[in-house]
Unconditional design. Sequence first.
Lengths: 245, 286
Amino acid sequence: MAADLATMLGIYVYALYALAAYSFTYRDNSFFKFAEHTYVATSIAYNAAVAYGTIRFTAVEPILTGKDFTFLIPLLVGALFIFFFSKKYFWLYRFPIAVIAGTGFGLAMSGTISAQFMAQILATIPPQLKLYVVHPTLGFQGMDTLNNWLIIIMTIGTLAYFFFSIPPETALGKTARTLGIVGRWTMMIAFGSAFGNTVMTRMNLFIGVYKNLLRDWTSFIGFTVLILVVATLEGQRAKKAEQKA
Amino acid sequence: MSLWKRLEAVDVRMIYLVLWILVGIPLLSPLYLPLSISPDTVKYHDAVEALPAGAVVAFGMDVSPAGYGGELGPQARATATHVLRKPVKVIFLSFWETGAPLIESVWKDPFVAALMKTKEYGKDYVNLGWIPGTETGMASFATDIWKTAEKGDYKGTKLADLPIMANVKTVNDFYMLICIETGTPGGPEYLRQWQARNPKLKMIVGSLGVSVPANMAYVASGQYISLLRGGRGATEYQRLLNIVTPADVQGADAMTMSHVVVLAFLAIGNIAYFATKKPKTSGGKA
């Protein structure tokens, strides 16, 4: 019984927050603000609790048990973050930032050169990129061949678009400009694809929420009506206040 | 005012209302709309299918609750079902603090739960929980798993007490990495920190639709074997595995319906724009 009550309560809370968030599409209102602020507060509280647990286990416990005192160094460096709030000692805050940025860049760059820079360049150059694709059993693959040719043409075109070192009035400059048009189209297609995929993601999020809302009709309709009424009243009040001003 | 002018001036809230109604129809009653399966999903499926017996698979649940609820949850559940059907060892982990609790959500899926009953925790699969440090944590994990996951599994059981971990010391001991990703850290970070150290590591990635264009470059270069594309990819994969429930059909129909609605609005918007566009006047300012 207690579990049922908890489940029902969970569904109601979920429905209220989901509808409060989506109510912004109707107009800004206090339900939306409440949901927004609660979300931010919950996220921060969760992350703070997790971070506290991690630091306690990783660094504090080894020090307290005498297992490893070297963790005192990162703890002290991390503690310097507090000087963000001090005008006088703000410069101390730069130390942990420098350590984080330095470690991050160093670590990322070591793998980036091979995994993202070289591998991506090699993937656009024959023989890794086959200009004539033949499958061992299926034979010639027209679409794959076309796709590989497009990769070459579009890569060169996009590079040409950002190549400004040749005077445009020369023959080479004119060629680069023509190739640049291909590059511009390539980028527009890529941006369009990215936008389309973004819309698909948002739609899937919406469908996921919608499916959960339909688990309980009463809360769905009840909260929708409640929020719409409150948002309309608030809108009217704001309009009157604007007219008075 | 012409019809096109009126359409251009329509209140945006009407569009939202139409969307709520049309997407709601299949959620109330499934329409069984057709859905083709893309070659990328087939490749993703085939990669898991080809796993040799005894292979060690890392299952990275690098997701946020928002991403999990929409697209990545169905992807993760379908992938876990498929992997657990194979005689392999699966190590679940997450470099996202929000992803670790969701591993247990995946385990609650009826298909996954049924398969887990045939497996033994600690021997066939394990949950290492959240590994802190984002990309730095990934690098540390790649070189020394036992030191990085010193705290043990998600319940605090030490790695020495988990037989599955006996021969898993570095990233070189993994045969495949399955990454279900919301964002950073995700696939590209695994490439930099894991695959750069173990070039033989096979990678398949399930991503949000929004990340598909960026991730496709890694499929083209062969660094990922394949990519599961958002919610649609998840639905295709479920159909390949024959694990589709009525709720999944409703979700897929709603997804198709939402795409139709968006495409219709795009078409109407563009036609209205060109139909009401004033011809260019020559001669500059009057």
